[in-house]
Design a protein. Structure first.
Length: 467
């Protein structure tokens, strides 16, 4: 990709134009923002301190729940005065919301002063989009329905931090769960060639990164679109894990998210169990413990199949940390169906869970289903679920007290000069007394106190056997 390094200066008429991006939503959006920062850096932009000193301000939005959309819109409205204090400021809205039918019109109505609206599929066209936003009087709208063939395999990225990096292995999702807007906002599955992924990981290792997280909406479907499902030439997620594990000297930890239980095979669990650097953390979104709800959600697995997958993981990787996503109050969810979710949570004993109230997304099949539950009823179920899950998480963390874990130290804990934080291989946050010199090192830490979500510990000085 050829980018004119003078473009930013030309657009803003100043030597060091500044950009600020506000990001909402999942890791995909966070990584897209890193890529946009990377492209803009090649155009001559530097990162602004914040929105107040930006010449270009972008809002990278999330559409997965209405609360996320409202959150982004609230923030866009809040920063409107900047347009008056700096008339040369270019403001753009991008990401998932503009991809949804009707939303571009809504955004234009609510924020008529915007210069630019674009979606998820054309971030590689940012140089031309910003130039147009400067030269055209009307709001420039450029939203693509799908990723064009010109989408480059490799894009520059200005990553947050220098220890942990996201690596996209595939875009989009072919699953069409009935409640979910992601297939609309992110398009069809499209895997990146494994050579390109491996080269990116090796480059990150060369730059000193210690941990990578392989990203996709359904990483277990990796390769199907590119290499076929079976037979000669097939190359799946398990094969990718093995390839990266064996060929990434310098990288200490490999993570992956998000998984789809339907496509997660026993072979993949075996390959993960064998791969040394691949961490023992499995984010396995279940959504519901009830077969009838799972059917209405079109999740394409049932409770028994899900539990079989959990069983494989526990059998082959006994100390695995398992986390999940759950939706309560899906249309028509009865008290009995909700009870099945509670019983599944008790049965699996998740280490942590993201728990959401169902949010209707226009255009999805679930939006056509009869939804008799009121918001207070949904809230009450969410509260009950959280109580059960938080009790389990706390008990699991309490059982970790006294054990020793390898922690990759990420830096000083906020505001404290003598406490550092890092994560276990199972992705549990641990804080302990220490200083900046530990940053980037993997050190043994004995757990001394447990909370529901985090652990506290102390550095182990003498050699010990790790948990
Ligand atoms: N691809 C991933 C998967 O299948 O689990 C994650 C997609 S989504 C960004 C993350 C989570 O948001 C989902 O696992 C689901 O629990 C939740 N979610 C998606 N659509 C939702 C909706 N309409 N209402 C409430 N929660 C929703
Ligand atoms: Fe949405 Fe389902 Fe795809 Fe996950 S698998 S992104 S929940 S459609």
């Amino acid at each position: 990709m050829q980018i004119d390094p003078e473009a930013g200066r030309r657009i803003h008429g100043k030597p060091e134009p500044r950009v600020h991006i506000e990001t909402f939503g999942c890791q995909m959006n966070e990584h897209d923002s890193e890529i946009m920062y990377g492209i803009l850096a090649q155009m001559g932009y530097v990162k602004a301190q914040g929105p107040d000193d930006a010449d270009l301000l972008l809002f990278n939005t999330c559409a997965v729940r209405e609360s996320a959309v409202e959150h982004a819109f609230g923030r866009i409205g809040q920063l409107k005065p900047l347009k008056y204090t700096n008339p040369d400021l270019i403001i753009g809205v991008c990401g998932c919301v503009p991809q949804v039918e009707g939303q571009v019109e809504r955004i234009k109505r609510m924020f008529p002063y915007l210069d630019l609206i674009f979606g998820t599929h054309n971030i590689h066209r940012l140089p031309e989009l910003v130039e147009r936003a400067r030269s055209e009087r009307e709001t420039v709208v450029d939203v693509w329905e799908s990723m064009g063939d010109d989408f480059p395999d490799i894009l520059p990225a200005a990553r947050e931090g220098d220890l942990k990096a996201w690596v996209t292995i595939m875009y989009g999702c072919d699953k069409h769960c009935t409640y979910c807007i992601v297939p609309t906002t992110r398009g069809k599955e499209r895997s990146r060639p494994y050579e390109v992924i491996l080269a990116e990981v090796q480059e990150l290792a060369r730059q000193g990164f210690k941990e990578i997280t392989l990203l996709g909406q359904n990483v277990n479907a990796y390769g199907k679109d590119l290499y076929g499902r079976h037979g000669e030439g097939a190359f799946d997620f398990g094969d990718l894990i093995e390839l990266i594990d064996r060929n990434s000297p310098g990288i200490e930890r490999i993570r992956f998210t998000t998984n789809h239980p339907k496509d997660f095979t026993r072979k993949m669990v075996e390959q993960i169990a064998r791969a040394e650097k691949v961490c023992e953390w499995f984010h396995l979104p279940v959504q519901s413990g009830s077969d009838s709800v799972l059917r209405r959600m079109k999740r394409s697995y049932n409770r028994k199949q899900y539990l079989r997958l959990v069983g494989w993981i526990r059998e082959l990787i006994p100390d695995a940390v398992i986390t999940t996503d759950i939706i309560v109050g899906f249309p028509g969810e009865t008290e009995e169906e909700f009870q099945e979710t509670l019983s599944l949570v008790e049965e699996v004993q998740y280490d942590a869970a993201f728990m959401f109230m169902y949010s209707e997304r226009a255009g999805t099949p679930a939006a056509q289903m009869e939804d008799r539950l009121s918001v207070p009823e949904k809230k009450e179920r969410l509260q009950r679920l959280m109580e059960v899950q938080n009790r389990i998480a706390r008990a699991k963390n309490e059982a970790r007290v006294g054990k020793v874990y390898d922690i990759l130290v990420e830096g000083l804990d906020k505001g404290k000069p003598d406490v550092v934080f890092g994560r276990t291989r199972g992705n549990i946050l641990v804080t302990f007394p220490g200083d900046e010199s530990l940053r980037g090192r993997i050190v043994p830490v004995r757990i001394t106190r447990a909370g529901t979500w985090t652990l506290e510990g102390e550095l182990v000085e003498s050699p010990v056997t790790l948990a």
